[in-house]
Design a protein around this ligand. Structure first.
Ligand code: CTP
Ligand code: ZN
Length: 152
């Protein structure tokens, strides 16, 4: 077996979020509110991944996320894998699932929608998970997976 070498140091306690598409690392940081917490954090980006070509990883010490928090990243990191670390051991692995409601993350594709003209956060009900389809809370039009644009 090939010798394993960690590109980002192991952590003692906390959460490792692995398999984030490299392009969406900063979006995941924002969605989880990691910019403003005092915990030790390490990031790796543009790392090689057999599944994605390039992936990112986030390691947050002493922070454990509720499922609702984690599911916020499902649209930008659907393959993300969370590893819960206690005393250097992986004690649990979790995947993310698409939530019932998506807020302030995707643009409404309807050019006439109020959210495209006024500073109102978008809000959608998830009407289908695969393929993804989002119904706008304001104009009721459905934005499909192909039409989806993430708000940066
Ligand atoms: N990890 C860490 N600190 C630890 C233990 C693990 O940062 N004390 C990280 C590893 O670097 C890896 C992830 O947590 O990125 C998952 O660890 P592990 O399950 O041991 O690795 P893999 O078997 O490669 O996981 P998978 O195939 O599920 O991605
Ligand atoms: Zn709309």
């Amino acid at each position: 077996m090939e010798q394993k070498e960690l590109k980002v140091s192991a952590i003692k306690n906390g959460t490792v979020i692995d398999h984030i598409p490299a392009a969406n690392l900063f979006k995941v940081i924002t969605l989880l509110g990691l910019e403003n917490i005092p915990n030790q954090m390490t990031f790796g980006t543009n790392l090689e991944s057999h599944k994605f070509g390039q992936k990112s990883i986030i390691k947050v010490a002493d922070r454990f996320f509720a499922d609702e928090e984690i599911n916020k990243i499902a649209l930008v990191a659907p393959q993300a894998k969370l590893n819960i670390i206690k005393n250097y051991e992986v004690v649990e692995k979790k995947t993310v699932s698409i939530p019932a409601e998506v807020c302030d993350l995707v643009k409404c594709f309807n050019p006439k929608c109020v959210t495209n003209h006024q500073p109102i956060a978008t809000r959608f009900d998830v009407v289908s998970k695969s393929p993804l389809a989002l119904r706008c809370h304001y104009c009721e039009k459905v934005t499909s997976e192909q039409q989806m644009v993430i708000i940066k």
